[in-house]
Design a binder for this molecule. Structure first.
Ligand code: FAD
Ligand code: NAG
Ligand code: NAG
Ligand code: NAG
Ligand code: NAG
Ligand code: NAG
Ligand code: NAG
Ligand code: NAG
Ligand code: NAG
Length: 528
């Protein structure tokens, strides 16, 4: 009796919730059509009944872990053509209490730009991707929906000796990337993408269209590393281009365990962050062969770009890093834009047009990040290798990026991104899988968590720093699933931002006191 009553109550409650959410969605759509005036917003609205809804939704999902039948789907996707349609979407979403997730390139590691546990709308910036280059002043206005590939392509179209210090993967969106920091092979010379932003256009919760001057220095500070999603909708960025030589030199030298990989990697920690800032040497630790066939082996690939010719690079390496044994045959000279293709993994001779291709072949993955402030002892490095022999790690990579150079000159509080002086480098751990289902996910995520636990003694602590753009919902998880208070959020907040978290909370409280712009790891306002 008791059971059936509560079942009945539950059913009632459930149908009520369903009705409310369907109602919300309809009112939201009505509101949009009503307020859109003459700009025919219906052409950019997709609901599950539109045949292209699924295509638009999936077009920039970069992790199939968040593209399963049970992944929550948006009630509506809006692909605005201009500022007024963003303002209308924000207005109607607030009026009808529906959450908004903003998506530019869709690369969020935890899918936060296109998945939400509550009814939501995706504001997808795909149609806002103009790139306008001022060759006289070496500046660019780039809209949020543009990809890094598009940006790099059009810069190179204008000049062989201009570049921009941003990420390695060509399909990344500038909306999420710049607002979370954004780094690539030029970081030791020029810092982060966010360090090279001059101005921005943003629409706030009240629908105001703001630029640097009208938003003020606090908000302009917050969106250069604090994540855009907590503060508004970034429409475009003005960036400063940087000089690059007509030819750069690239190389990749691979060392197996039997070739002293561990010793050389250990030495790398002393060399790479301190060497000439024109030289960037990252390391990829990967396995090849398979555990199943008994021919698994692991190696370290030293993957590098030098902003100059090999005539200068070779003596520099001979002097500072002879252990790697770099020889002339390892080196290739090419334009900076060709080096973008090289680092993105394209074969020699691939046409530059691949940078304009927004399609990325994806599978499921889980990633985490760490910062190294003390050299990791050789014995501790030895302990990583057997983990790459685990069968869950068949497709995995650990990437070490050196810091130093320009990164050490910028103060911890200049932007929300605090990982500056004293950082030897950053580690990213990635594990991929193609099997479907939650069992496969659990198995691989558990492997990742074990590796992360193993690394704890050797990486930064108090806080154990992490990179916002490698978002990880494991860190500082609110176990009870409650709403996040400032105190709870400070657990992950200090890992991403150290002391800058406090200023981010302050900015959030001023610009979005009711916490409209939110996700699982957004900055909470005070008194929420
Ligand atoms: C394959 C791959 C390679 C990567 N390589 C690098 C790398 O080399 N260097 C590096 O630094 N990072 C790298 N990243 C991480 C990447 O920088 C972040 O995932 C970044 O946030 C992606 O931006 P996006 O616009 O593509 O993602 P989205 O998923 O669209 O957005 C990410 C976050 O920003 C918010 N957001 C997006 N657009 C806006 C906007 N216009 N206004 C306000 N908020 C917005 C979203 O709501 C979400 O919270 C890589 C990621 C992947 C998947
Ligand atoms: C719609 O267009 C008409 C004619 O072009 C114009 O008179 C009217 O003001 C417009 N309405 C809105 C809401 O923009
Ligand atoms: C989606 O369907 C609605 C209703 O049929 C229509 O008004 C709208 O134009 C469609 N959207 C697109 C992008 O075609
Ligand atoms: C994009 O650029 C083109 C050409 O430069 C211009 O005609 C168009 O108005 C721009 N669109 C937006 C939304 O700024
Ligand atoms: C370059 O900047 C100056 C000063 O801001 C400005 O007056 C000029 O118009 C800019 N050049 C171009 C081509 O926009
Ligand atoms: C490994 O290092 C030792 C010295 O530390 C050296 O004698 C040996 O030749 C190196 N082996 C290879 C393959 O480079
Ligand atoms: C490992 O063995 C399998 C099966 O014999 C073979 O297909 C594969 O190419 C081998 N890989 C390596 C790296 O040796
Ligand atoms: C760049 O390097 C290539 C290969 O070494 C060379 O052929 C070419 O002349 C160089 N170009 C410039 C502009 O220096
Ligand atoms: C774009 O990239 C995808 C994935 O690599 C590929 O399948 C597709 O053929 C490419 N499209 C074009 C036009 O090159």
């Amino acid at each position: 009796m008791k059971l059936s009553v509560s079942l009945f109550v539950f059913a009632l409650l459930f149908s009520f919730l369903l009705a409310t959410s369907a109602h919300t969605h309809e009112n939201f759509l009505q509101c949009l059509t009503l307020h859109s005036g003459n700009d025919s917003i219906s052409k950019v609205i997709y609901t599950p009944s539109n045949s292209s809804y699924s295509f638009v939704l999936k077009s920039s999902i970069r992790n199939t872990r968040f593209s399963t039948p049970s992944t929550p789907k948006p009630q509506v996707i809006v692909t605005p053509l201009g500022v007024s349609q963003i303002q209308e979407t924000l207005y109607c979403a607030q009026k009808h209490r529906i959450q908004v997730r903003v998506r530019s390139g869709g690369h969020d590691y935890e899918g936060l730009s296109f998945v939400s546990p509550v009814p939501f709308v995706i504001l997808d910036m795909i149609n806002l991707r103009n790139i306008s280059i001022d060759v006289e002043n070496n500046t660019v206005w780039v809209q949020s929906g543009a990809t890094l590939g598009e940006l790099y392509y059009w810069i190179a179209d204008k000049s062989r000796t201009l570049g921009f210090p941003a990420g390695v993967c060509q399909t990344i969106g500038v909306g999420g990337h710049f607002s979370g920091g954004g780094y690539g092979t030029l970081l030791r010379k020029y810092g982060l993408a966010a360090d090279n932003v001059l101005d921005a256009h943003l629409i706030d919760v009240k629908g105001r269209f703001l630029d640097r001057k009208s938003m003020g220095e606090d908000l302009f500070w917050a969106i250069r590393g604090g994540g855009g999603a907590s503060f508004g909708v970034i429409v475009s960025w003005k960036i400063k281009l940087v000089p690059v030589p007509a030819n750069v030199t690239v190389f990749t030298v691979r060392k197996g365990l039997e070739q002293n990989a561990t010793k050389i990697l250990h030495r790398w920690q002393y060399v790479a962050p301190n060497i000439d800032r024109d030289l960037f040497i990252r390391v990829l630790l990967t396995g090849s062969g398979s555990v199943q066939y008994g021919n698994r082996s692991v190696h370290a690939s030293f993957n590098s770009i030098y902003l100059g010719g090999k005539d200068k690079l070779l003596p520099l390496m001979q002097k500072s890093f002879p252990e790697l044994g770099l020889v002339s045959e390892d080196c290739k000279e090419m334009s900076w834009i060709q080096s973008i293709l090289y680092f993105a993994g394209f074969q020699n001779g691939q046409s530059l047009e691949v940078l304009l291709n927004r399609t990325l072949t994806v599978n499921s993955y889980k990633a985490k990040s760490d910062y190294v402030r003390q050299p990791i002892p050789e014995a501790a490095l030895e302990g990583i290798w057997p983990r790459l022999f685990d069968k869950e790690a068949q497709s995995s990579v650990i990437i070490l990026n050196p810091y130093g150079g320009r990164m050490s000159e910028i103060s911890e509080s200049a932007t929300p991104f605090p990982h500056r002086a004293g950082v030897i480098g950053k580690i990213q751990y990635l594990v991929y899988w193609s099997e479907e289902g939650t069992a496969a996910t659990k198995k691989h995520v558990r492997w990742m968590r074990r590796l992360y636990a193993y690394m704890a003694p050797y990486v930064s602590n108090s806080p154990r720093e992490a990179y916002l753009n490698y978002r990880d919902l494991d860190i500082g998880k609110n176990k009870k699933g409650r709403r996040t208070s400032v105190r709870q959020a400070s657990v992950w907040g200090t890992k991403y931002f150290k002391n800058n978290f406090k200023r981010l909370v302050f900015v959030k409280t001023v610009f979005d006191p009711t916490n409209f712009f939110r996700n699982e790891q957004s900055i909470p306002p005070l008194s929420f």
